[in-house]
Unconditional design. Structure first.
Length: 55
């Protein structure tokens, strides 16, 4: 989690809150975070949408 927080430029506690569902992210954050993690934002959103449709 610390590595992800470092790559995203945020506190580890923020990543923990997002992972646990205590905090949601907005679209701008999703785009920035996908890019920071080396993912194409369109692909990332597609994966999230698929996971949401098939829990």
């Amino acid at each position: 989690m610390q590595k992800a927080a470092s790559r995203l430029g945020c506190q580890q506690s923020l990543v923990a809150r997002i992972e646990s569902g205590q905090r949601r992210v907005d679209v701008v954050e999703v785009i920035r975070w996908a890019r920071a993690l080396g993912c194409d934002p369109h692909t990332y959103v597609g994966v999230v949408m698929e996971a949401e449709a098939n829990p």
